[in-house]
Design a protein around this ligand. Structure first.
Ligand code: G6P
Length: 476
């Protein structure tokens, strides 16, 4: 392990670039993490001066920390210096599942069914203590690793308290915080108990700079500060916006590897042809199965399309990849089950001997996702709320023949892609049905033109520049 107080650039996030699995022979295997945050931060590159601090997420990770002392093998991380923290499993579970994913994620994505939840009781207060402890562990590790005057970029809703804690330990550092989620409007944010709301905002305001994926989320944060802490409370912290874009070079290269070609052939087989011998059209969606992704309403809109416009029957297939996420939480497991139930119901109602209306796959396979991106006629990206949504940006980049993008106006990406997407209100099934019909009916010329413009917009700020821009802004 490198000696302390040496790094000039530090990144901190709950999930690191890799997570481990342990097999029966006691062997550890590294696997790259998913989600927008990891995609963006992987751009740090193997700069020896930079260190990425993350948490052990499971027992195999903890075993890795025990064997390595926490400094991961560069062979596992693509050369990146990574220090993994072995935070007590119960503390991590309360902080990550209890507070970060069940409270802060719910608040920012506005997911509560408010007649019965949230309930901020004694159990919540206990979990909050764990969240504080977890944030303190990060602040202490950062304070230990950072060289004099180093730049520290702290990521996301898991680590809202760490900036202020770190400032207390190391006033010499330049600290940035970045939110990868939406930010709730004040009237929703203020469901949090007043002291907790103040602590979250004050924690982030401990940074020199707080940054967001879109102007909308940045404004919501400022409004919350104003409402909870009072006018002028955010004036000591600079606010920034960096709209993470897709990595065109990587995606175009990766999407043409042999494994992707193989999967395209297999998908074409599954999709099949119409009774008169033409390839069926495809509506593709690729998501981690998060409550905010709105997969069920997407299926309902597709069902309504088949019902109200029977001319599409046998002529279209909905390819839905819904990959597992946060399966420790019962609501996530229930939601996954509901996605499967609705897909099965549509298939049994409309399917025929040689047409399966919905092809649902729940096992994560990046090569197959890229294959679906390449052949999609329509991409359905309809989250009820989303920080950015990189799928909306990745599809146009790798699409072979042009793809119509049906895009929720509640996704961060909508701020940049609105002009060439087909916009939808994610709650309006009829509206989404009409949008799917419009997208499927779009002529090839228009589709290709729009896709070209979408791809240009989607790659305006590739991950490496997204990262370097934040560093530069912190220095300025
Ligand atoms: C997505 C969100 C990030 C979040 C990440 C965590 O990428 O955009 O805001 O940090 O999910 O996902 P995880 O699987 O680590 O809970």
């Amino acid at each position: 392990m490198a000696s302390p107080h040496t790094a000039s650039v530090l990144v901190a996030s709950n999930r690191g670039p890799v997570s481990y699995t342990l097999d029966e022979r006691g062997e550890l295997t590294a696997k790259r993490g998913g989600g927008g945050l990891v995609s963006g931060l992987s751009a740090i590159g193997p700069d020896t001066d930079a260190v990425w601090i993350c948490s052990a997420l499971n027992d195999a990770d903890r075993e890795t920390v025990r064997r390595t002392g926490g400094a991961l093998d560069p062979a596992d991380t693509g050369g990146q210096r990574v220090r993994m923290l072995d935070i007590d499993a119960r503390v991590h579970a309360d902080a990550y599942n209890g507070i970060a994913n069940s409270v802060l994620w719910f608040v920012h994505h506005m997911l509560y069914q408010t007649p019965l939840e949230p309930v901020f009781d004694a159990a919540f207060r206990r979990q909050w203590k764990a969240y504080e402890e977890y944030n303190r562990a990060f602040a202490e590790a950062l304070a230990q690793e950072a060289g004099q005057g180093a730049a520290v970029l702290i990521q996301d809703y898991h680590l809202t308290l760490a900036p202020l804690m770190l400032r207390g330990l190391r006033p010499d550092l330049r600290i940035g915080h970045f939110s990868h989620t939406p930010w709730a409007p004040p009237e929703y944010f203020r469901m949090l108990p007043d002291d907790i709301a103040a602590q979250v905002l004050g924690g982030i305001l401990g940074a020199d700079r707080a940054a967001f994926l879109t102007q909308r989320w940045a404004d919501a944060f400022t409004e919350c500060c104003h409402a909870v802490l009072g006018p002028g409370s955010a004036s000591g912290t600079r606010i920034g916006v960096h709209g993470l874009g897709a990595d065109a070079d990587f995606l175009r290269w990766r999407a043409h590897q042999p494994d992707v070609n193989e999967r395209m052939a297999a998908l074409r087989q599954q999709i099949g042809t119409t009774p008169d011998g033409r390839p069926r059209k495809t509506i593709v969606r690729v998501d981690r199965t998060e409550l905010s992704k709105n997969i069920v309403r997407g299926l309902l809109a597709y069902e309504e399309l088949l019902e109200s416009r029977p001319e599409w029957r046998e002529r279209v297939v909905h390819i839905a990849f819904a990959y597992p996420s946060r399966q420790d939480l019962a609501v996530y497991r229930d939601y996954t089950a509901e996605v499967e139930r609705v897909a099965t119901e549509i298939n049994s109602r409309y399917g025929t001997a040689d047409w399966t209306p919905v092809e649902l796959h729940v096992k994560d396979d990046f090569a197959r996702s890229l294959a679906a991106y390449r052949l999609a006629d329509v991409a359905l990206v309809n989250p009820i709320r989303d920080g950015m949504n990189l799928v909306a940006k990745e599809v146009p980049v790798v699409s072979d023949g042009g793809c119509a993008l049906v895009l929720s106006r509640e996704a961060g990406a909508f701020e940049e892609l609105a002009e060439d997407a087909v916009p939808v209100n994610p709650y309006d099934i009829g509206g989404m049905t009409a949008a799917l019909h419009q997208a499927l009916s779009m002529g090839p010329g228009e589709r290709a033109e729009r896709t070209k413009r979408l791809a240009a917009q989607a790659t305006a700020l590739p991950p490496a520049r997204w990262f370097l821009e934040q560093l530069a802004a912190l220095e300025g």
